[in-house]
Design a protein around this ligand. Structure first.
Ligand code: HEC
Length: 235
């Protein structure tokens, strides 16, 4: 190999004596490269020696300042309500206008938080303390007249839910919630977690309130399960 390369160089040498010299000197030292360029290309402008003009710094500072102040004024603090207000299809859906029962159910879902403290967000209750609303025969009864009475006046004493015995008491919420609120909550729980009963209208709640005007809503006279069962209800 080596002898071969040497041979090429030596053979090229005689043809153009100046060429090999330049070639060899170019990679050898940077100094000689610069020198040779300077010599052969005098007209080329030199770079790197001019100072950057001050006005350019001033312009950059101004642009940065105006950009930041624009963001500050119109950026809304990068508030997620502005920039991420529709993070899921559910949020888009909830922003759309709804029909009557849908609106009631959506309102009930939010108000259900009152009940979730005991019956839990998943409607499963707490074993031994709070009975489940999911799959409960009290919640899913086609006629809601008994069910409406439970949050209105409270419920106390022994009862059965899904074949299990309970004996506790639930406070009355009738004075804290409007008829529409109660209709909304009950409409929600009757279709949540796989429950399949129909919605409850505010008018149905108002009718029960009128029927039970002798019973106070302050929780001093909660219903018992046997009392509720003795009420005549059209199915
Ligand atoms: C402070 C806890 C608590 C809160 C809040 C509460 N409940 Fe109850 N709930 C109970 C208890 C305890 C019982 C069982 C009462 C008994 O054993 O007689 C019960 C029973 C029930 C029942 C009948 C049994 C069943 O599981 O189906 C329904 C229906 C019901 N609650 C609905 C509601 C609704 C609707 C709300 C919200 C508006 C609510 N509860 C809020 C504790 C609570």
């Amino acid at each position: 190999m080596k002898p071969d390369r040497n041979k090429k160089k030596t053979s090229g040498g005689p043809a153009n004596p100046s060429a090999p010299t330049t070639k060899r000197s170019t990679p050898a030292a940077g100094g000689s490269k610069r020198g040779s360029r300077g010599n052969s290309e005098d007209s080329e402008p030199t770079a790197g020696s001019e100072p950057v003009p001050v006005w350019l710094f001033v312009l950059m500072a101004l642009m940065l300042y105006s950009g930041m102040s624009y963001l500050h004024t119109y950026g809304g603090g990068f508030n997620p309500k502005v920039y991420e207000n529709f993070r899921s299809y559910k949020l888009v859906d909830s922003a759309n206008p709804k029909s009557g029962p849908e609106m009631l159910i959506a309102k009930g879902e939010a108000l259900y938080m009152v009940c979730a403290a005991c019956h839990q967000v998943n409607g499963m209750g707490v074993a031994g303390q709070f009975p489940p609303l999911m799959g409960s025969e009290w919640v899913n009864e086609p006629n809601p007249a008994r069910l409406i009475r439970i949050p209105l006046h409270g419920l106390s004493g022994p009862m059965q839910v899904k074949g299990q015995d309970w004996n506790s008491s639930m406070a009355a919420l009738g004075s804290a919630l409007s008829a529409e609120d109660i209709a909304a909550i009950l409409s929600y729980i009757r279709q949540a977690w796989g429950n399949t009963a129909g919605p409850v209208t505010p008018a149905e709640v108002e009718a029960v309130i009128a029927d039970t005007s002798s019973r106070s809503m302050d929780g001093s006279r909660p219903w018992t399960a046997s009392e509720l069962m003795s009420i005549e209800v059209a199915q």
